[in-house]
Design a protein around this ligand. Structure first.
Ligand SMILES: Cc1cc2nc3c(=O)[nH]c(=O)nc-3n(C[C@H](O)[C@H](O)[C@H](O)COP(=O)(O)O)c2cc1C
Length: 302
């Protein structure tokens, strides 16, 4: 048995099920204690509800991005159910300014891959979802109903992009709750014009997020997060002193993998790995220009 499997078994049976076991033992005790059937029913349901809520909270705390997937399809019914539930997210004026393109075919995944710098998840995941900000459908509805749409501007793009990202994250949370693994692909907004061509997106439709989805075939280590106090501001924003910045980033900077990144890239600080290697000014400027041109081409900026 591989160490991954041993880890999985220990995790499922010791960490996840024990919490549930405690709850089930309470349910068992309640069923046999001397209270009315109605009270038993209420208590048991309350306990089960608390147990379920605890499990959901735990899964959010334990989540991680998954980049390796089993060769197993996601049933269409499950995918559609998750998407439909995701569409319950808040939306600007309830206009639902998004569309989702589902890619399952090997041929289409191969066409999409170069737009995502050939990241292997695109061709290896059973499903690739491209979430698009979409004012096309709503504008058409307006035109067909003697109403004049005025959504060919940047603010409308931002509204549609907000709707789209809310739905995207809702989908990711639901998918993970159902045992699927997901990976966001930020490359979507780096090469939007190529994706538009491949997916044949009309004007007023703009890709904003791509998610690869599948059944996990790995259990990666959880990534770090900045401490809560480094992110929260009470009542007003209090700008950071150098000492605070040192404290907030201390844990991240202490991680062995980050020391390795610095050494491998011949840098002296972790921040330099971001500014000089991963997210460079020149690349950002080039891609911003590309993004502006694509927004124009798609009719969101005149
Ligand atoms: C907007 C966005 C873009 C991302 N783009 C990529 C990507 O192109 N490739 C990739 O492997 N992971 C990508 N990720 C995943 C992040 O690397 C990952 O969420 C982050 O390292 C934290 O890890 P965790 O999700 O496991 O906590 C992206 C995440 C977000 C939110």
């Amino acid at each position: 048995m591989s160490s991954l499997w041993i880890y999985k078994v220990v995790k499922v049976f010791l960490f996840k099920k024990v919490g549930c076991l405690v709850c089930w033992s309470k349910v068992f005790l309640l069923l046999f204690c001397e209270i009315s059937v109605f009270r038993k029913f209420v208590y048991v349901n309350l306990l089960l509800y608390i147990c379920k809520k605890q499990m959901i909270m735990d899964f959010i705390k334990n989540r991680r991005t998954i980049r390796n997937y089993q060769q197993k399809d996601i049933p269409t019914e499950l995918l559609n159910q998750l998407l439909e539930e995701a569409f319950r997210a808040s939306t600007m004026g309830n206009m639902q300014l998004y569309s989702v393109v589902v890619t399952r075919s090997t041929e289409m995944k191969a066409k999409l891959a170069p737009s995502h710098f050939n990241q292997p998840m695109v061709t290896k995941a059973p499903v690739v979802l491209t979430f698009c900000a979409d004012f096309n459908r709503f504008s058409k509805w307006c035109e067909f109903r003697e109403a004049e749409p005025g959504y060919d501007n940047p603010i409308s793009f931002l509204n549609a992009a907000s709707d789209t990202l809310l739905v995207t994250q809702n989908f990711c949370t639901l998918a993970e709750a159902h045992g699927l693994g997901i990976c966001y692909l930020g490359t979507t907004i780096y090469n939007p014009d190529q994706i538009i061509d491949t997916l044949q997106l009309p004007k007023l439709v703009m890709p904003v997020a791509t998610i690869t989805v599948g059944y996990p075939d790995e259990e990666p280590v959880q990534t770090d997060r900045l401490p809560l106090e480094g992110i929260l501001h009470e009542e007003v924003y209090s700008d950071y002193t150098r000492g605070q910045i040192d404290r907030i980033y201390a844990f991240k900077e202490s991680l062995p993998e980050n020391h390795r990144f610095i050494a491998e890239n011949g840098k002296t600080t972790l921040a330099q790995v971001f500014t000089d290697v991963r997210y460079k000014k020149a690349d950002n400027e080039f891609m911003s220009n590309n993004l502006k041109n694509t927004l124009k081409k798609q009719g969101f900026d005149k």
